[in-house]
Design a protein around this ligand. Sequence first.
Ligand SMILES: O=C(O)CCC(=O)C(=O)O
Ligand SMILES: [Fe+2]
Length: 156
Amino acid sequence: MGCADGHIFVCHYYPGCPQPDRTLGHTKHRDLDFLNILLQNQIGGLQVLHDSNWVDIPPMEGALVVNIGELLQVITNDKFKAAEHRVLANCAGPRISLACFFTTHFEKSNKIFGPIKQLLSEDEPPLYRETSVKEYIDSYYSTGLLGDSSLARLRM
Ligand SMILES: O=C(O)CCC(=O)C(=O)O
Ligand SMILES: [Fe+2]
């Protein structure tokens, strides 16, 4: 389908923080991609929002974290939901993580994505209108990480 075209690697370096209760390592957000595969070192701090509670995703040796992004939520018509997540600051740093985003990000593709037709029926109509990755990225960055989800703008 082209979802894995143009993946990018991002390396995060979170230095040890003397006052971790006064800041965050990474503010809460949902990823702007289809899927993100993440490797984190032993420091910890990654949390996922589940039922209004922040849940720790502790590092496990050899384990990868697979994070669903907003574009996967669109094409699966909410069968898979993008998880809101954040990273706490930590005085024991540095924390290092390596993320591989499956997206067409750098190409800003004009290819159109929408809910996969085979997942739709009379009982399960499309929840999102179709969009290009380019339109989606521009909408996502128009509000920034703290803005309203660009998912809401696609919702029918
Ligand atoms: O550093 C982490 O564990 C998470 C980074 C992250 O959420 C992101 O790059 O989107
Ligand atoms: Fe993220």
